[in-house]
Design a binder for this molecule. Structure first.
Ligand code: SF4
Length: 112
């Protein structure tokens, strides 16, 4: 996995996107990067296998694909400086979802 998806607010806090924010998030909102759709197929969800919506959308938010190494690097810096306190990771149900999720968590924890 060379990419991860991150919310626009998260990218703003990490200095990877220009975002005007009254209240920057202290939680990094991430999603596993995959082009596969989720087998759970919830009707309201853009990630569902029955949906044709953009995979960059989750609910009302946009989660843009970014290089995993860059995000992990910036997360470490933001954590050390007190901007980010935790990470929230969303995954989806597809082949290898567990392995990809564990890989992302390990990548973040090893950088901390
Ligand atoms: S990503 Fe979550 S909400 Fe969306 S279809 Fe899968 S289980 Fe349902």
């Amino acid at each position: 996995m060379k990419k991860v998806r991150a919310s626009m607010g998260t990218l703003g806090v990490l200095g990877l996107e220009l975002v005007e924010m009254d209240t920057p998030p202290t939680t990094a909102y991430l999603q596993i990067y995959t082009e596969k759709r989720c087998n759970a197929n919830c009707l309201f969800c853009a990630q569902a296998k029955g949906s044709s919506a953009e995979l960059t959308h989750i609910a009302r938010g946009m989660y843009m694909p970014v290089g995993l190494g860059l995000v992990v690097e910036r997360l470490g810096m933001a954590y050390e400086r007190g901007y980010i306190a935790r990470a929230c990771i969303q995954t989806a149900l597809y082949d290898n979802w567990w392995e990809d999720t564990v890989y992302l968590i390990r990548s973040i924890r090893e950088k901390k």
